[in-house]
Design a protein around this ligand. Structure first.
Ligand code: SF4
Length: 512
């Protein structure tokens, strides 16, 4: 496909490039206008079927602002004598790696690593971890563009505006076409505002609802206070199976009930032709998830780390991390950098050939749009792979064909639950004033009834931590919602890292 012949920008430019955004799994196409090799404007690519001309605020920030963000790490920094840092070159980085990355090596990959990084990591060690959820089956049976034609859409604890942003566009189009949308979630957000039926429940009851819906579809007896509602939706599903879609947010998979969700969805898909999409940060390559990483850190001899896994650690684990040889690839000097031995600036997806694999809707490839900054590296610059092939898109089975024996966990319904989930600024967004302003504060958000039950007014105490309370009727009873993309070293307003707030390491839902 060729570029549009009419420039979309009114700014003066001397070059134009097309790229793919990897800010989430929607993989929107963008057109970048450059002046003297610098991006001066970006627009959504009208020829890309994923976004047909739109870009979201996160994508614009990532494509246009983050490459030139003055807070980016610009040179490799080696820790000397406690908190003193020495600027070093690539040769010293390689020498340090030879001397220190040995023994049982662990590699932690983040959203901005690609399939080549993954393959390189595999050559170094078997211990590959990530903050994504590993799905050994297809995360989605259709693309978001196909959501638009679904007549019945059931959404469980998901808000695409916070995860797969552009997918919301197709949800809104489905709504405009008269789709019957039902949301079952612990927060009212954009998706429920388009729903015909909004059911507000605390997280364990969302799981119960999904499990009982599966039972009702199979004609089994349902024992649930929302029995009537569940049986009605089950009837609709049976009636409109080919035109139905179930969307599930990844936060439910960062809980002890991950297998409950898989089991329910697997059963539904084995008896009905209902489509499904699991939205959020998911990996189609085998990785070990956060709880396992946090369990293993002590046993690892040295680590290569991308992103910011220190936000999931309590004080003890932070100390453990500080005592190990840790090579940290990063865009910004975050909490993990502060615990590392050597910090290396890394590349954004638009500064390299990028083979995305963390996506709800299938992997894809994009080539370099702008020149990489000097002294920044990706893993393959330091550990080159002899031969790299453009990977095929995923050939994984659908969930119902995934052969796995697993057991469900007990769903404890009583009590007040903490829910840690996304808001508009994610981790990288807090390093840009523009996106940080979209959600600048970390608060404990709950409804008046829950606040009364907990006896809190302005402050919620979790252990020795105090969080400001915000009262909102958009939160389910017995639920306290806390945005998790905050940490102590953010520049425009810090917060408390999830690792200090949650007892069950690596999860995002737990009983208060
Ligand atoms: S929806 Fe996702 S892929 Fe599209 S512009 Fe936004 S962050 Fe990028």
């Amino acid at each position: 496909m060729s570029y549009t012949s009419i420039p979309l920008t009114v700014k003066d430019f001397d070059d134009v490039r097309r790229g793919i955004c990897f800010g989430c799994g929607c993989n929107c196409g963008y057109i970048a206008y450059l002046k003297e090799k610098k991006i001066i404007d970006v627009y959504g690519d009208p020829l890309n079927p994923n976004n047909i001309g739109s870009l979201c605020s996160k994508g614009i920030t990532l494509c246009q602002q983050i490459p030139y963000n003055p807070l980016r790490v610009k040179n490799p920094l080696l820790r000397r004598n406690g908190n003193e840092w020495e600027q070093v070159g690539k040769e010293q980085v390689i020498a340090w790696i030879k001397g220190n990355i040995k023994g049982r090596v662990g590699i932690f990959l983040d959203r901005f690593t690609d399939l080549i990084d993954y393959k390189v990591a595999k050559r170094i060690t078997e211990n590959i971890y990530s903050d994504a959820v590993y799905l050994p089956f297809r995360a989605s049976s259709l693309s978001p563009q196909q959501w638009v034609n679904k007549k019945l859409i059931l959404m469980f604890e998901c808000e695409p505006v916070f995860s797969e942003v552009m997918a919301t566009r197709w949800l809104v189009d489905a709504f405009e076409k008269g789709s019957y949308i039902v949301t079952v979630s612990s927060r009212y957000t954009t998706a429920p505002s388009k729903a015909k039926k909004r059911i507000l429940l605390k997280p364990p009851l969302v799981i119960r609802f999904l499990e009982d819906l599966t039972k009702a579809v199979r004609g089994e007896i349902v024992n649930n206070p929302l029995k009537e509602e569940i049986e009605k939706i089950a009837e609709l599903l049976r009636f409109m199976e080919g035109s139905s879609l179930i969307v599930i947010g990844d936060v439910l998979l960062h809980s002890p009930w991950k297998n409950n969700v898989f089991k329910a969805l697997k059963k539904l898909r084995s008896i009905l032709k209902v489509d499904y999409s699991i939205v959020g940060d998911v990996s189609n390559q085998e990785i070990m998830e956060l709880p396992r990483f946090l369990e293993d850190v002590e046993k690892l001899d040295s680590l290569i780390v991308f992103g910011n896994p220190a936000v999931y650690m309590n004080e003890n684990l932070i100390q453990v991390l500080k005592e190990k040889p840790v090579l940290h690839f990063t865009l910004f000097p975050n909490l993990t950098s502060n615990c590392a031995s050597l910090v290396v600036p890394t590349l954004l997806f638009q500064e390299r050939d990028f083979f995305g694999y963390r996506s709800s809707f299938g992997s894809s490839f994009a080539s370099k749009v702008i020149d990489p900054p000097e002294n920044s590296f990706c893993l393959s610059d330091i550990f080159p792979l002899p031969h790299v092939e453009v990977p095929e898109n995923s050939s994984l089975p659908f969930i119902e064909h995934w052969e796995e024996n697993f057991s469900s966990a007990f769903v404890e319904e009583k009590g007040v639950y903490l829910l840690f989930d996304r808001v508009l600024s994610e981790e990288i967004g807090h390093w840009s004033l523009w996106t940080h302003e979209l959600s600048p504060q970390q608060e404990a958000i709950m409804n008046g009834k829950t606040a009364e039950k907990l006896g809190v007014k302005e402050i919620l105490n979790i252990g020795d931590i105090k969080l400001s309370v915000k009262i909102s009727s958009n939160i389910a009873d017995d639920t306290v919602f806390i945005p998790f993309s905050f940490e102590e070293t953010q520049p425009f307003g810090s917060g408390v890292r999830i690792g200090r707030l949650i007892k069950r390491k690596g999860y995002r839902i737990e009983k208060l």
